[in-house]
Design a protein around this ligand. Structure first.
Ligand code: HEC
Length: 122
C-alpha cells in the first residue's frame, strides 16, 4: 500500500522538477496538471528501472517523439508495453495528456520554436 508519505514525496519531486525545468521553452503545466503528473505519471516516469522514459530526459524520449505526437497520445491512452492505459490517470483529459507529454518530453509549444537567436556571443 502506498501511503501519504510517498504521495508527498512525489509532489516534492514534481515541484523540484518543475523548478528545474522552468525554462521558457518547456511546455507549461497548470497547477492541476502538475498534480496529475505527480500523482500518476511520476510513479514510473520519475523512477529508474521500470523502463519508462524519464521526465525531462530528452534522449530517452527521442524515439517516442519521432513517432509523432498523435502516436504518443494514442499509446498513452491505450497503453503500451509497461505503460498502463491512461497512465493510471482517469481524471486526465486529452488536453492534459498533450500537456503532460510535452512537459515530460521537454517539447516546446509549437509557437515558441524560434530560430537560433543565441550562439553569437563571446
Ligand atoms: C505504471 C507505470 C507508468 C505510469 C503510471 C505512467 N507511465 Fe507512461 N510509460 C511507462 C512505460 C514503462 C513506458 C515505456 C513503454 C514502452 O516503451 O513500451 C511509458 C511510455 C509512455 C509514453 C510513450 C508511449 C509511446 O509508445 O509513444 C507516453 C506518452 C507516456 N508514457 C505518458 C504517460 C503519462 C502522460 C502518464 C501519466 C498520466 C504516464 N505515462 C504514466 C510507464 C508508466
Amino acid at each position: 500500500m502506498r501511503n501519504r508519505k510517498s504521495i508527498k514525496l512525489l509532489a516534492c519531486v514534481a515541484a523540484a522538477l518543475a523548478a528545474l525545468m522552468g525554462q521558457a521553452s518547456a511546455a507549461e503545466l497548470s497547477a492541476r496538471q502538475s498534480q496529475l503528473l505527480a500523482n500518476n505519471c511520476l510513479q514510473c516516469h520519475a523512477r529508474l528501472g521500470v523502463g519508462a522514459p524519464q521526465v525531462g530526459d530528452v534522449q530517452a524520449w527521442k524515439p517516442y517523439v519521432a513517432k509523432g505526437e498523435p502516436a504518443m497520445l494514442a499509446s498513452a491512452v491505450q497503453g503500451t508495453g509497461g505503460m498502463p492505459p491512461l497512465g493510471y490517470c482517469s481524471a486526465c483529459t486529452e488536453d492534459d495528456f498533450r500537456a503532460l507529454i510535452r512537459f515530460m518530453a521537454k517539447l516546446a509549444p509549437p509557437a515558441t520554436a524560434s530560430g537560433n537567436a543565441q550562439g553569437a556571443a563571446k
